[in-house]
Design a protein around this ligand. Structure first.
Ligand code: CP
Length: 312
């Protein structure tokens, strides 16, 4: 059985099917008519991803188990594998996991319940990539031929690693920019200086400096002027170009604070879309594993124009 560990676990056809489901769920959310327990095992801090999964699960009618790494038996030395195996034994039907290890998935891949990767070290963050690519798809209607620039601490960014794999497969022209020590030389994407990058891009994905993965303190005092999106640089972007950021944003470091909510920013739109993408992925996995069947899913019948249904 397949978990969702990497963007490579989805075919392109499955990806676009998922996008269609996510679009539908914005206005027509389904509800699962069966008791299903989900455990969100976040061994690293998170605001967006954890909350987004929790809302997606609750909208679908799942019961979300309480788990906080700081108050769990992790503090008594329990391993990731034993924590996950415990959840499975107790009755969780779905696990969502974030851990600092690049390859934690190897440890738990043989469990008998579906697992969704919510962040693996600097390796992969596949649901973030799905919501990023969905945001681009909603904006432009196609990915092929778009110039997408990743700007920032690429070598330490799981978001960049997942996105570069997926966007390259979908035919985007992917470029990187940033401080030389942050460029991942194993990624075969051309480098552009930031002033060229802002003029060329259709999509500019900014990334924060991942201090938690650095061995030496990085001095960020001149970073915005040298490598970030300043107000002057934003003015050089094409009329239709958009700004993305997986967040958390470090205002005034990789992006001028006044640009975080500027007209071309889709940063909060990305977060909004993340809930529907995650709903679609959860349903896909529960169906695939035979945990639910189509006849357990109640489709919302009420559709008030295009108004999103918030309280379902
Ligand atoms: N984008 C993202 O993964 O944010 P969190 O770390 O807050 O989940």
């Amino acid at each position: 059985m397949e978990h969702f560990f990497s963007v490579e676990d989805l075919t392109t056809e499955e990806l676009y099917e998922l996008f269609e489901q996510a679009k539908l769920y914005q206005f027509n959310p389904p509800k699962i008519k069966q008791q299903i327990f989900a455990a969100n095992l976040f061994f690293e801090p998170s605001t967006r991803t954890k909350t987004s999964f929790t809302i997606a699960e609750k909208k679908l009618g799942l019961e979300v188990l309480d788990f906080e790494a700081a108050t769990s038996s992790l503090t008594k030395g329990e391993s990731l594998y034993d924590t996950a195996k415990t959840m499975e034994s107790i009755g969780a039907n779905l696990l969502v996991v974030r851990h600092e290890d690049d390859n934690w998935m190897e440890e738990v891949k043989d469990l008998s319940i579906p697992i969704i990767n919510a962040g693996a070290g600097k390796n992969e963050h596949p649901t973030q990539s799905l919501l990023d690519v969905f945001t681009i798809y909603e904006e432009f209607g196609d990915i092929e031929g778009l110039n997408v620039v990743f700007a920032g601490d690429i070598v330490h960014s799981r978001v960049a690693h997942s996105n570069i794999k997926l966007l390259s497969r979908l035919g985007a022209n992917v470029f990187v920019t940033g401080a030389p020590q942050f460029i991942d030389t194993s990624i075969p994407c051309p480098y552009l200086p930031i002033d060229e990058a802002v003029e060329k891009c259709d999509v500019l994905m900014l990334l924060r400096i991942q201090h938690e993965r650095h061995f030496k303190k990085f001095d960020e005092s001149t970073y915005l002027e040298k490598f970030g999106l300043t107000v002057t640089r934003e003015k050089q972007m094409k009329h239709h170009a958009i700004i993305l950021h997986p967040a958390p944003v470090n205002r005034g470091v990789e992006i001028d604070s006044s640009l975080v909510e500027c007209e071309r920013s889709r940063i909060f739109k990305q977060m909004e879309y993340g809930v529907f993408i995650r709903m679609a992925m959860i349903i896909k996995k529960l169906l695939h594993w035979g945990i639910i069947h189509d006849n357990n899913i109640e489709k919302c019948k009420h559709h008030f124009g295009k108004q999103r249904i918030q309280n379902v």
